[in-house]
Design a protein around this ligand. Sequence first.
Ligand code: ZN
Length: 316
Amino acid sequence: MGKEKVKIIEVGPRDGLQNIKTFVPTDKKILFIKKLAACGVKEIQIGSFVALRAIPQFKDIKEVARSVSSLQRVVLSALIPNEQGAEEAISNGIKKFIFFFSISRAHNCCNVRQTPQESLKELKRICRSYLSGPSITLRVDLATAFGCPFSGNITTAAVLRMVDKVAACGIKEITLCDTVGFGNPRMVEDKFSACRQRFPQINFGAHFHNTRGLALANALRAYETGVRSFDTAAGGLGGCPYASGSSGNVATEEMVFMFEEMGIKTGVDLKKLLGVCFFLHKTVPQAKLASSLYQAGLPNISNHGYKTQWKHSATS
Ligand code: ZN
């Protein structure tokens, strides 16, 4: 005990905002990212270099990327769907790419209009062009790893087959995503143990949505199977395109609270993080912040040593 730690990867500016229909002003996005970095978050996904008409929320991604590129002690990453996105990301100062596709053929065809095989070909092109250089890292996200809204169950064998193909491209970091909140702790254990056992060279990350309330339970199970990287969004920002009105990504503050209270270090300042939630609450009022911790505030007795109860109304 005492030396255990996890890496929290903040995806609010990307996965959180992409589900919000109203455009969030560029200066507010930049401030959001800067505030997150000031909390001690080690990695932030700042947005997506996608076609403008695909996700209008990211039409200002170049400006956002340039404005935060000088931030220190934080890795800034962005989603890139193809080589063009990668090129734009590099020229705007981004050195870590996230390439993403679904294990489910039906979901991938609906989401990015190509089969998983075609996505793999795109991934290979990106690897050939960028992975040989010294400064670019590439992470691959496998969506619907815990179930698909169209084709239902995704077997562990199907996950392993896809991980095998991605690993063969030279990728060292792979995240299994519960895109729609179908996962449960037993499934999480099965899939991550199988993956970690078969591919010990890969750094596996977990991306859980709290659509059906199981995100923290799933995260804890993933931790117990050896996973140490977790995607989260401040305030539980986001939603699920297949379940309207549902809650979004697992909330960063709840994940941080859970681990820190257990004596597992995250490096994130929880009080500052709740300040970021309050900023979101004011700035993006249309986004429902589905975070119990934000609603309740910090307890006045804590294993982590917080002395006073924190109320979001107190900092206004
Ligand atoms: Zn997501």
